[in-house]
Design a protein around this ligand. Structure first.
Ligand code: SF4
Ligand code: SF4
Length: 305
């Protein structure tokens, strides 16, 4: 039964107003083939569950140490615990033992029926606001069977859907999903393929080709461009991005999203270094300049959302 199809979900966020029109529930699917340096959901990148450790919340009770079957946790000199990730087998026993939410597992296996039970709770809000459900990630197209089953379930219940994607997926997968979704939120990060690979881990030819294919089929697109200082905010890249977007016929909205270091703390929680630690949010003048450069091809560009 399709309602029993399972996937790995790392978050389910209700009352979202930034992931498409109206009030939405956003379902975050875990796993992404990209590795953007500025990713604010680093726990979304791995296809497997990960243990998040938040020492600032720890009350030093030691319950996790007693619960761990692998001796991966030990007392730390500051009264908390240290985690040896090499020993950890991701069993989750410490998360269940921790009353302070200092240890948490990112990513769990959910069925279509389980996701839909949460999604269904807010149908009234979707109907009143013109909202619905957004499938985000990670890269939702990396779990195509689960994603397609979720989209079919939403369609069966007349719930509007959006897919928030990097566009980096086999074209057949993308086009099959496009038959089931009402809207694509489509990210464009850099127009130069070599630079795209340096900062996001993969080249961009497939992403640009997939955007063209969606446009040719008149699939509604909201283009989202993150503005990352020193990475994609130069004049040439912004003019090239605007010129490319202007060739797409099915674009309903173009948004410029300012870089924000909000994900920095999450890198610490999963034991990874953050590569952009000195970067700050672009000023309003820098945002306006970027809008002007993107708009030179005749686009109407909004900041945020
Ligand atoms: S997830 Fe399991 S193995 Fe890993 S630290 Fe927690 S209890 Fe130990
Ligand atoms: S169970 Fe939680 S609060 Fe207690 S020592 Fe472990 S991490 Fe800290």
């Amino acid at each position: 039964m399709e309602r029993d199809v399972r996937g790995i979900v790392f978050d389910l966020r209700k009352y979202s107003v930034h992931d498409g029109p109206g009030i939405r529930t956003t379902v975050f699917l875990k796993g992404c083939p990209l590795s953007c340096l500025w990713c604010h959901n680093p726990e979304s990148q791995s296809f497997w569950p990960e243990l998040l450790h938040r020492p600032s919340a720890c009350i030093g009770c030691g319950a996790c140490i007693a619960a761990c079957p692998e001796k991966a946790l030990a007392p730390s000199p500051d009264g908390g615990v240290v985690l040896d990730r090499k020993r950890c087998i991701l069993c989750g026993a410490c998360c269940r033992a921790c009353v302070a939410d200092a240890l948490e597992m990112a990513g769990k296996s959910l069925s279509v029926a389980e996701v839909m039970a949460t999604v269904r709770e807010d149908v009234l809000f979707y109907d009143q606001s013109g909202g619905g459900v957004t499938f985000s990630g990670g890269e939702p197209l990396s779990q195509p069977v689960f994603l397609a089953a979720l989209l079919r379930a939403c369609r069966g219940e007349e719930i509007s859907t959006a897919v928030d994607t990097s566009g980096y997926a086999p074209s057949e997968t993308l086009l099959a999903v496009a038959e089931l979704a009402d809207l694509f939120l489509y990210d464009l990060k850099h127009m130069d393929s070599r630079r795209h690979e340096e900062v996001a881990g993969v080249p961009n030819e497939l992403i640009l080709e997939n955007a063209r294919l969606l446009s040719e089929r008149n699939v509604p697109l909201w283009i989202r461009i993150p503005l990352i200082p020193g990475i994609n905010d130069d004049e040439k890249n912004l003019c090239d991005t605007g010129a490319f977007v202007a060739t797409l016929q099915s674009v309903r909205k173009v948004s410029l999203l300012p870089y924000h270091p909000s994900g920095r703390d999450k890198y610490r929680k999963i034991g990874r270094a953050y590569a952009l630690s000195s970067l700050t949010t672009p000023s309003s003048e820098e945002m306006e300049r970027a809008v002007e450069l993107l708009s030179r091809s005749g686009l109407s560009v909004m900041i945020g959302g």
